[in-house]
Ligand binder design. Structure first.
Ligand SMILES: [Mg+2]
Length: 193
């Protein structure tokens, strides 16, 4: 690494399910949506939330719109413990943090999604230099990715890109490297570079 900071390894960090507890907050909102108790909705879910009674893409999108507009989903998710501490450590140690998230998937709600995201990132003290709203994550050219979506992990690894799976109930069938916590992510990245 040179003094200008060129050639810093870039870490592509996903938000939902990696930095922000998407499923934890969605569980609370879904309980309101269905007018049921939070406890009655299983904690372990798969992508699409069928365990909570979401039966179609249309229903999922409807719940998502409610969550985003009425409950400020992207502003109100708890931070996954360790994200701030270990991203700051990685940043201090010379890694370039690039946030890569696919949050712009409902047309005409982008201003709200972006504002909520930026306010959440600043409010939680997450250090980053770049913020990319992208579906195709490999196109932002990071050196190492931290990601929880099985589909994204498979796509990135197929291209030979180093990708750490941030373990949760949606990705139990994904091969290592898997990290169960931010401390493990940190140790893996420190060991890779
Ligand atoms: Mg995710």
């Amino acid at each position: 690494m040179d003094k200008q900071g060129k050639n810093k390894p870039v870490i592509g960090v996903d938000l939902d399910g990696v930095c922000a507890d998407f499923y934890g907050r969605m569980r609370e909102i879904a309980a309101e949506w269905f007018e049921t108790s939070v406890e009655s909705l299983p904690e372990k879910v798969s992508y699409g939330l069928r365990e909570w009674g979401i039966e179609s893409k249309k229903q999922y999108e409807s719940l998502h719109r409610y969550a985003l507009y009425q409950r400020e989903l992207f502003r109100t998710m708890p931070m996954i413990p360790g994200a701030r501490k270990y991203l700051r450590k990685l940043s201090d140690e010379g890694f370039h943090i690039r946030i890569v998230t696919h949050r712009l998937y409902i047309h005409y709600s982008h201003a709200s999604a972006v504002q909520q995201t930026v306010s959440w990132l600043d409010g939680h003290g997450i250090p980053y230099w770049d913020l990319c709203f992208m579906k195709e994550k490999s196109e932002v050219g990071a050196d190492i990715y931290v990601e929880d979506s099985p589909e994204n992990i498979r796509k990135l690894r197929k291209k030979g890109i180093r990708t750490i799976c941030f373990a949760n109930s949606t990705n139990t069938d994904i091969e290592p490297p898997r990290a169960a916590s931010w401390r493990e992510v940190y140790e893996m990245i420190a060991g890779m570079s």
